[in-house]
Design a protein around this ligand. Structure first.
Ligand SMILES: *Cc1c(COP(=O)(O)O)cnc(C)c1O
Length: 367
């Protein structure tokens, strides 16, 4: 069986270094807010190309804390509208509604799966305060047009970089393109920990300090609480593991790209629509999405050949029970088509050449 993602194999790629890092923390006796956190956040800020990086508990917290911090800073208020792609993972939208802000869902482009920048401007109202772009599947969502729109309408530009660690936009990296960016280090992401972890990157010192305080019970000084904060911290073991894995992120992403290139070169089944070469050159391939009008039959066919695939995602946010209040009014045909037709092929740095060839063959034999 070719697993969609074998986390044991992912960890095994750097097993000795990871074990040594964990041991260092275990033996050091300091488990939170210590040297590993300080070192990782400095290294990650340098990698992404921002002045600040603040660690937190997970990617959802990173998104939530950015919005919460802007509320404390007076840049966002209850009921303000935040523009967001309709086909994102639910966490992006949860962060918005948890802060009493209103998500405004915008359709993606079918060829890139990213928010359609031509549709953004018409959704702007007097209550719009922010655009939250999501570099979904590892593809850059940022465009020059999005920069212009956010600048011209004085909107905050926030990046959800949970799926795109190491993704380039010209000579910069995603996570450094807007006012602030949220990162997740969930084990399955391109840069994954051995448990939960997250971070915010930004050039804004006031925002970085506010997020640090809000994630530490609202405290800047021990036992003095200026804000009603929460507890959201990146622990020392995860930070130590991430320091090891960050060193290999670019090589891992290059491996992912070479597999994606083999897929687009050798998969020629007319029943499938594959990402373009252009797309593949600009992605870090967290997910390799194909579209097929008979998606469920294709998934079963591959499973019969011993290949596990996934769907990202089976139900769009506006069709979820928890958002029943907004879903019934919305017509989002492209989003719904993606959720009906998308299938993710296995693509990760641990795939062996025989496995890649087996996947290509199995996909091509689907009739
Ligand atoms: C994984 C993910 C998140 C949430 O990250 P967690 O660390 O699991 O909380 C947010 N947004 C996107 C797009 C994600 O893929």
């Amino acid at each position: 069986m070719i697993k969609f993602l074998d986390l044991k194999a992912v960890t095994a790629m750097h097993a000795d270094e990871i074990s040594a890092a964990v041991q260092r923390v275990v033996n050091g006796g300091w488990y939170l807010q210590g040297n590993e956190n300080k070192a990782f956040t400095e290294e990650y800020a340098r990698y992404i190309g921002t002045r600040y990086c603040v660690g937190c508990g997970n990617g959802l917290d990173a998104l939530t804390l950015i919005l919460r911090a802007y509320k404390e800073m007076g840049r966002l208020h209850d009921g303000d509208e935040v523009i967001v792609p309709a086909n994102t993972y639910i966490a992006t939208i949860l962060a918005i509604t948890e802060n009493n802000l209103t998500p405004v869902l915008v359709e993606p482009r079918i060829d890139t799966f990213q928010i359609d920048d031509n549709l953004i401007e018409r959704t702007i109202t007097s209550r719009t305060r922010a655009i939250m772009i999501v570099h979904l599947y590892g593809q850059c969502a940022y465009t020059e047009q999005i920069r212009e729109i956010s600048h011209n309408h004085n909107l905050l530009l926030i990046e959800d970089n949970a799926q795109a660690h190491g993704c380039r936009y010209n000579d910069r990296l995603t996570g450094s393109l807007g006012n602030a960016a949220a990162h997740s280090f969930y084990p399955g992401k391109n840069l994954g920990a051995l448990g939960d972890g997250g971070a915010v990157t930004t050039d804004d010192e006031e925002l970085a300090n506010m997020i640090g305080a809000l994630g530490n019970y609202g405290s800047e000084r021990k036992y003095v609480f200026n804000y009603k904060g929460r507890n959201s911290r990146l622990d020392e073991i995860q930070a130590a593991v991430l320091r090891v894995k960050l060193k290999y992120l670019d090589t891992d992403n290059a491996l992912r790209r070479s597999i994606a290139m083999q897929y687009i070169e050798h998969i020629d089944n007319p029943l499938l629509t594959l990402p373009s070469i252009e797309y593949c050159q600009h992605s870090v391939h967290h997910i390799f999405p194909v579209l097929c009008s008979e998606r469920d039959r294709l998934q079963q066919h591959l499973l019969n050949q011993g290949i596990q695939t996934m769907i990202h995602y089976p139900i769009p946010p506006h069709r979820q029970q928890c958002y029943a209040d907004m879903g019934s009014l919305l017509s989002l045909p492209i989003t719904e088509r993606i959720h009906r037709e998308e299938l993710s092929l296995p693509l990760n740095p641990t795939l062996q050449q025989e496995e890649i060839e087996q996947i290509i063959k199995a996909v091509n034999s689907f009739k």
